[in-house]
Every structure is written in C-alpha cells, then in structure tokens.
Design a protein around this ligand. Structure first.
Ligand SMILES: NC(=O)c1ccc[n+]([C@@H]2O[C@H](COP(=O)([O-])OP(=O)(O)OC[C@H]3O[C@@H](n4cnc5c(N)ncnc54)[C@H](OP(=O)(O)O)[C@@H]3O)[C@@H](O)[C@H]2O)c1
Length: 254
C-alpha cells in the first residue's frame, strides 16, 4: 500500500530509541523527510537528528525555527520520571515529581504543538499524541497516568478546534512495549522487579499474566510505529479525534 508519505516533513519527539526511533525509521522508509528530536544525537540514514532537551521552555521555538513547516507531528515524548519510578504511591509523590512528570508528558508537548501549529494548519497536517494505557485505567504511578489522561483530552480538543481548518489529531495508546523501559534493570520494569523480589528476566515472564495481556506478549515498538505511520498517512484521511490502543488487549472495557 502506498502511504503517499514521500517528501512529507515529519517531526518525531523522543526519537533516539524505543517507539520514537521505530517511528522515525518507519517514516524514513516511506521516503518522508524525518526530524528526530531527543537529547542524544542519533545517526540514521534519512533521519535528521535534532538534539534538544524538550523540557527546556525555549526548545519548542528552536525546534520550529529549525524544521519550518511540518506536515506531521508525532508527540512521542514521555515516560515515568525518576522520582515517580521510586515512589511507593500517591503520598510519596512530591510537588517536584508531579511538575517533572507534567513537563515531560504534557507541557513540552503543549509548547511543541503550539509552536508547530501554524505550519501544520497551513499544510492541513496531522498531530499524533502517544499516550499510555495509564490514561485509561488506574495503573500506577498516578502522576504519569493523569498527565497522559490530560494528553488524551488535548488531542480531542485539538481535533475539534482545528478540524475545520484541516488538522487531524489522534491518540495512539501503547500498553507494555518492549523498549528500554522493560529491558533496562534501572528502568520502569527493573524497579517493579525489585519490588517483587524477582530478577528482571523472571519479572518479565510474569507481565503478560499480571497485566492480562490478551495476546500473551509485549508489543514490539515497530508494531506501534506501523500503526502511527498508517494513521498519519492520507489513507487515514477521515480519522480524527480517536484513540487507538496498541496494548495487546490489556484494556478490557468497550
Ligand atoms: N514502553 C512502554 O511500555 C510504553 C507504554 C505506554 C506508553 N508509552 C509511551 O510511549 C512513548 C515512548 O515510550 P518508549 O518506551 O519508547 O520511551 P523510551 O524508550 O524511554 O524513549 C524515550 C525517548 O524520549 C527521549 N527523551 C527523554 N527525555 C527527553 C527530553 N527531556 N527532551 C528530549 N527528548 C527526551 C529519549 O531520548 P534522550 O534520552 O536521548 O533524550 C528517548 O528517545 C512515551 O510517551 C511513553 O510514555 C510507552
């Protein structure tokens, strides 16, 4: 299927690894002009690496100045911040942790979207926000889940306010996805493994059962990237405001 993405100007945030890198590669394979943003510089064929700390308030303007008008913006930046990773629960989350979580998962995306929106509107473009099943169900940590729930609301609001002007806005909602968050002993799964008194390898084998992953396995980043790429293409030209689960069936509600 030709996705007609050749030459499209695509910005992917949080793109040095995981779902973001898989997404940047997927668009590059389709012939798009890809700008990958992260703090780390990456070297990949067909991808321009833009090193920025997107929690820095000046970064959104710098990004917009660098890329000019974008056709497609993939707001993939996000994750569980260190203070949240080690917190025992709600009472253990202090103001600084809440602030850091919202900077990473919501406010940076608000600033980037605002800076790129004039160009996106000019090109009748697409914004895809990468959320989490934590937005749909009360999985800890609560600061992360609530920030992602706000992101879902932002997607819908953008779709409504700017839809008549030609913008499409969609949410993609990953469940457990085999990125460093699940393979790094210092990452999200490593902490949960410690709490459960298991090695990371032992813990990972318990995840499909413990999280009721219907397919019995974690999602691969490339699978989520393929969904994002399709949704951003004009093959999906009449889809907007919707939220697409990429979770192997974790979320059971209709
Ligand atoms: N993996 C999962 O199981 C899962 C599940 C549900 C939702 N999600 C969501 O899916 C998205 C991607 O997750 P992932 O697991 O692929 O993430 P990841 O592997 O942790 O990668 C995060 C990316 O964001 C970049 N980044 C982090 N802080 C940054 C900053 N301040 N400025 C610029 N870039 C920054 C990192 O690069 P640098 O370190 O080089 O900056 C990296 O490229 C996130 O929004 C996450 O919340 C993931």
């Amino acid at each position: 299927m030709d996705l007609n993405l050749q030459g499209k100007n695509v910005v992917v945030t949080g793109a040095s690894k995981g779902i973001g890198l898989a997404t940047a590669r997927s668009f590059a394979t389709e012939g798009a002009n890809v700008h990958a943003v992260s703090r780390t510089v990456i070297t990949e064929d067909g991808i321009e690496s833009i090193p920025l700390d997107l929690t820095d308030h000046a970064a959104a303007r710098q990004l917009a100045d660098r890329v000019g008008e974008a056709d497609i913006l993939i707001n993939n930046l996000g994750g569980v911040v260190p203070g949240s990773l080690t917190a025992a629960g709600f009472l253990d989350l202090d103001d600084d942790t809440w602030q850091a979580t919202y900077e990473l998962n919501l406010f940076a995306t608000v600033r980037i979207t605002r800076a790129l929106l004039p160009g996106l509107l000019n090109r009748r473009g697409v914004v895809i926000n990468v959320s989490s099943i934590g937005a749909r169900a009360a999985f800890p940590p609560v600061d992360y889940g609530t920030a992602k729930a706000a992101l879902n609301n932002l997607t819908k609001a953008l779709a409504e306010e700017f839809g008549a002007g030609g913008l499409r806005a969609l949410t993609v909602t990953p469940g457990p996805t085999r990125t460093a968050n699940w393979s790094d002993p210092q990452g999200y799964a490593g902490r949960l493994a410690d709490q459960a008194g298991l090695t990371l390898e032992e813990f990972i084998t318990t995840v499909p059962g413990a999280m009721s992953i219907t397919t019995g396995r974690l999602t691969e980043p490339e699978e989520t990237a393929a969904l994002i790429t399709f949704l951003a293409s004009d093959r999906s030209g009449n889809l907007t405001g919707a939220d697409y689960l990429a979770d192997g069936g974790v979320i059971k509600t209709v």
